[in-house]
Design a protein around this ligand. Structure first.
Ligand code: ATP
Length: 230
């Protein structure tokens, strides 16, 4: 079992993000301060349009702030080149989306294996790691199924196995339970808890679902582009 630490894995410091649309400036993030600890489950909540996805995109290096600092493992990633960010995303970050983002023609096993290939992990490690990740999400009996042969909850569990296979430091999940019934949503959160504890991965997820907030180590609430509670 990985050692649980309180060291920040990720810090967002006074981050602003504005967009120009139709000649108007829209200030979506207005001075966000937050941190995500290694080995902790962090949730972001807030009304639709409050900027949760915009913030996750900045955290994962998919976008850059208009002002402020995005620190990942003490490195100022907002200053990095696109090329360097791409390598970081492949090797150090896992993503999960509301829709399950699996390759439709590949089996569950092959989908998970693909992320190891993309991250440049040695082929000799693939078998053990794919088996371990599919076991963590409880899908050992579905390894040869393709996405269309799996339920929505099962597809999301494959997506989780795929997102953690390369041992990212940080897993970002945007409304990962939005398409699932409440039973499966709780199951996914239980899997997230297992992952932070067994693998020491930091998870930051957004959710509207108030029944899930109790499972988090930290919940940040967003409103008007700011964090209003912790
Ligand atoms: N590229 C962009 N250009 C212009 N406006 C944008 C852009 N990206 C996001 N926005 C605006 O920023 C605001 C916040 O969007 P965001 O998707 O971050 O909210 P959210 O909290 O994730 O919402 P939801 O819960 O509905 O997913 C919205 O008003 C959106 O229209």
């Amino acid at each position: 079992m990985a050692e649980r630490t309180e060291m920040p894995c990720h810090e967002v410091r006074n981050v602003h993000r504005s967009f120009w649309t139709g000649g108007q400036r829209v200030d979506v993030l207005r001075g966000i301060e937050m941190s995500v600890a290694s080995g902790a489950l962090t949730m972001l909540r807030g009304r639709s349009g409050s900027g949760k996805t915009t913030l996750l995109n900045l955290m994962g290096g998919l976008d850059r702030p208009s002002a402020g600092e995005v620190m990942f493992k003490n490195r100022a990633i907002h200053q990095w080149s696109d090329r360097r960010l791409t390598v970081m995303r492949r090797q150090e970050i896992g993503y999960i989306f509301q829709t399950f983002a699996l390759m439709p023609l590949l089996t569950a096993w092959e989908n998970v294996e693909l992320s190891l290939r993309m991250a440049g992990i040695s082929r000799t490690q693939w078998k053990d790691r794919v088996a371990r990740c599919l076991e963590l999400v409880g899908l050992t009996k579905r390894i040869h199924h393709r996405p269309f042969e799996l339920s929505g909850g099962e597809q999301q569990r494959v997506a989780i196995a795929k997102a953690i296979a390369h041992r990212p430091l940080l897993l970002l999940a945007d409304e990962p339970t939005a398409e699932l019934d409440s039973h499966m949503a709780s199951h996914i959160i239980a899997i997230f808890r297992d992952i932070v504890e067994a693998e020491g991965i930091a998870i930051c997820m957004t959710t509207h679902d108030s029944t899930l907030w109790g499972a988090a180590d930290v919940v940040y609430q967003m409103a008007d582009g700011r964090i209003v509670t912790e």
